[in-house]
Ligand binder design. Structure first.
Ligand SMILES: Cc1cc2nc3c(=O)[nH]c(=O)nc-3n(C[C@H](O)[C@H](O)[C@H](O)COP(=O)(O)OP(=O)(O)OC[C@H]3O[C@@H](n4cnc5c(N)ncnc54)[C@H](O)[C@@H]3O)c2cc1C
Length: 405
């Protein structure tokens, strides 16, 4: 799949990226992980710490899948609101999901401090503003539910917003303790830690075949080498569909611009992450080298040609949207991209367990908080592999009920 096009920013932030060999022999392991992106790397890190022998393979260079275009706003609140998730799955399940996401952010922070490559994890608050006056009642309902479940969020009125930002909005939710990071350094750091703890990583190693036996699975590479594993995690990102098509999954296109460094962020309260109630939304964050990342303008297309034909126009529209909020900041684009972007119809990420794929878990961390969902799903799947159970598997299994129980 042609995952993304344009001029990517994250690869320019790493001077000597780690590299790994191609698989040149038949091997066996406890756990085979297909995909060396943020999903696969987080799984590998947890499982190595549990003393299992772990092999990670990727058909590209590590981190060169969607992880390279991830704008990496690290948040627990997603595109589908808490209220809306509660309508679909019941309040208890929706609350548990958000708590798991909150925990995943804490875990990402803790792990980030242990990595040999610093992923620039920085705690940031988030401003989620009402794009239109009519969105305020929904925002208030969301606020009430979040507070009921103890989330650290405030509700700001027009005065409080105007006191802190150069734009006028009727109301906003102000989330404390979200974060930003460099997703590519995160993956490199995780993989280097995995390697130092005995895990094996192979790049340019494509999985093209499989066979299942009673107690193990055999996966075959394009070069016809065989990997025998007791458990397999398919963490192939949006290319999971090459293995198993999941009917709950959706594919669209998204866009992002990364500006040249900006001299002064005085008007940007605490360099918060910013997003809005409009759908599709525009969102923004800053980077440690003082750039602005502006993203969104999602389009409902899964054709690479159509996606790419809109990159330049989307770049201009994203900059315009930024200038409408921050007319005092001169935003000059330096990097820009269009990329496929996965979601689910029901708003929750998915762990696929299929009869046709014994010994396998398919991780579909689809949605706007993909990095955080990766962390949640990696923990659930690792618990399944290590202990044989996880109380949270039922929330994410593809067979979960679609109506509140
Ligand atoms: C424009 C954009 C902005 C985003 N912004 C955010 C954000 O702000 N916050 C957030 O949390 N998330 C965001 N996301 C989502 C986030 O990027 C993804 O959830 C995450 O990077 C996915 O990681 P992954 O490991 O699942 O997939 P990938 O990074 O794509 O990794 C999967 C890997 O599997 C490999 N692979 C596939 N098939 C095979 C095979 N047959 N054999 C061997 N290897 C294979 C691929 O080469 C790839 O490297 C964004 C995504 C996009 C596109």
């Amino acid at each position: 799949m042609d995952l993304q096009s344009g001029k990517l920013y994250w690869p320019t932030t790493v001077v000597n990226p780690p590299s790994y060999p191609r698989l040149e022999a038949d091997i066996s392991c406890d756990v085979l992980i297909i995909g060396a992106g943020s999903s696969g790397a987080q799984c590998a890190n947890i499982l190595c710490d549990q003393g299992l022998s772990v092999v990670v393979v990727d058909k590209r260079k590590a981190g060169e899948g969607s992880t390279s275009s991830n704008t990496a706003l690290i948040q627990y609140a997603g595109e589908k609101s808490f209220v809306s998730l509660s309508h679909s799955f019941g309040e208890e399940v929706a609350a548990r999901h958000l708590k798991l996401c909150e925990q995943s952010i804490n875990d990402i922070e803790r792990v980030s401090r242990q990595l040999p490559i610093d992923p620039d994890f920085i705690r940031r608050d988030s401003l989620y503003y009402a794009s239109r006056k009519e969105d305020v009642p929904e925002l208030d309902e969301e606020y009430a539910l979040l507070r009921k479940h103890g989330f650290n969020v405030d509700r700001w009125d027009a005065r409080q917003i105007a006191d802190r930002y150069p734009f006028q909005k009727e109301a906003a939710l102000y989330y404390h303790d979200d974060a930003e990071m460099n997703p590519l350094k995160f993956v490199y750091g995780l993989l280097e830690r995995v390697k130092s703890r005995g895990g094996s990583i192979y790049e340019n190693t494509e999985i093209t075949g499989k066979r299942f036996e009673q107690d193990y699975a055999l996966f075959f590479t394009k070069e016809r080498h065989e990997i025998r594993a007791r458990h397999v995690i398919i963490a192939a990102g949006y290319e999971d569909s090459d293995f198993k098509v999941e009917k709950n999954a959706t594919l669209a296109s998204s866009y992002a611009v990364i500006t040249k460094p900006i001299a002064d962020f005085a008007s940007w309260h605490k360099r918060t992450l910013i997003w809005e109630t409009a759908r599709p939304y525009v969102y923004m964050r800053t980077t440690p080298d003082n750039r602005v990342i502006i993203g969104g303008m999602d389009k409902d297309t899964s054709y690479a040609g159509t996606r790419d034909s809109k990159i330049l126009a989307s770049k201009d529209k994203l900059v315009q949207a930024f200038n409408a909020l921050f007319p005092d900041i001169q935003a000059e684009p330096e990097y820009y991209l269009g990329a496929f972007y996965g979601g689910t119809h029901d708003g929750l990420p998915v762990i696929g367990q299929y009869e046709a794929y014994p010994h396998c878990y398919v991780i579909m961390a689809y949605g706007d908080n993909g990095t955080v969902y990766n962390g949640v799903l990696a923990k659930v799947v690792s618990d399944m592999i290590v202990t044989g159970s996880s109380p949270d598997l039922k929330i994410y299994l593809q067979s979960r009920p679609l109506v509140a129980t």
